[in-house]
Design a binder for this molecule. Structure first.
Ligand code: PEP
Length: 248
């Protein structure tokens, strides 16, 4: 049985004064039956890890190399050293704004695995791709190119994040979410075999809020959520976590 997972992505939000949100989350879910990961900006990782209790702290990106002349970048080795245990890779905002392609995401995931970080690998289609009925082709290609051979259920999580649902308040129907999650599951099983393929957790991401979380968590092959805006405040994230706990 896969353990459920709620992950939060703070993006470029938060300073030291927001660490209280992580402390509150850790306190409210001290005995949680689900896993929790919070990915604050890199500047907060070390301080967050000190107050996070059972909440694992993650980065939002890493470089594929361990060190070198890469101004402004951060390596998996450095994330681990700062106290991170996971890293989000291939988020659509990075694929778009930093022109990251799936081959780059795969190399980053390899680097994350080498440092014992859980790679949360994001895939998702644009609205135009969905309207052209290309969703499964796009997801299939992203998946096969972005996920390295080193993936296991322990070190890899896949987040399905339709780009048109991120930060927009628009959410796919539960049938649409289920179709993509079932497809991802079958692709993983085909490539890695039933053992690994069934053990990788699949998160849905895109405008998950306290009032739609329970509905989304009832969908087959949804093992949790990757949450952006609603992860910034414990008052919003906590009810989402509670909805997930209710399914575990
Ligand atoms: C995200 O950016 O990963 C995300 C899911 O954002 P939001 O929850 O704000 O749509």
């Amino acid at each position: 049985m896969r353990r459920k997972l709620a992950a939060g992505n703070w993006k470029m939000n938060g300073t030291g004064r927001n660490l209280v949100e992580i402390e509150t989350l850790a306190r409210d879910h001290a005995e949680s039956v689900v896993d929790l990961i919070l990915c604050p900006p890199a500047t907060l990782i070390e301080r967050a890890a000190r107050v996070a209790g059972p909440v694992l702290i993650g980065g939002q990106d890493c470089h594929a190399e361990a060190s070198g002349a890469h101004t402004g970048d951060i390596s998996a080795l450095q994330l681990r050293d700062a106290g991170a245990r996971a890293v989000i890779l291939g988020h659509s905002e990075r694929r778009e704004a930093h022109e990251e392609d799936s081959a780059m995401v795969r190399e980053k995931a390899r680097a994350a695995h080498a440092e014992n970080l859980t790679a949360i690998i994001c895939v998702g289609e644009t609205l135009a791709q969905r309207e052209a009925q290309n969703t499964l082709d796009i997801i299939g290609a992203q998946l096969s190119l972005s996920v390295p051979d080193s993936a296991t259920g322990h070190n890899t999580v896949i987040a399905y994040e339709p780009i048109w649902a991120i930060g927009t308040g628009k959410v796919p129907s539960t049938d649409q979410i289920g179709e993509v999650h079932d497809f991802i599951r079958s692709r993983l099983e085909r490539r890695f075999g039933a053992g690994v393929g069934r053990s990788v957790r699949l998160l849905y991401g895109g405008s998950v809020k306290p009032d739609n979380a329970a509905q989304i968590f009832a969908v087959s092959n949804v093992d949790g959520a990757l949450v952006g805006g609603a992860s910034l405040r414990a008052a919003d994230f906590s009810p989402i976590v509670a909805a997930l706990e209710a399914t575990a």
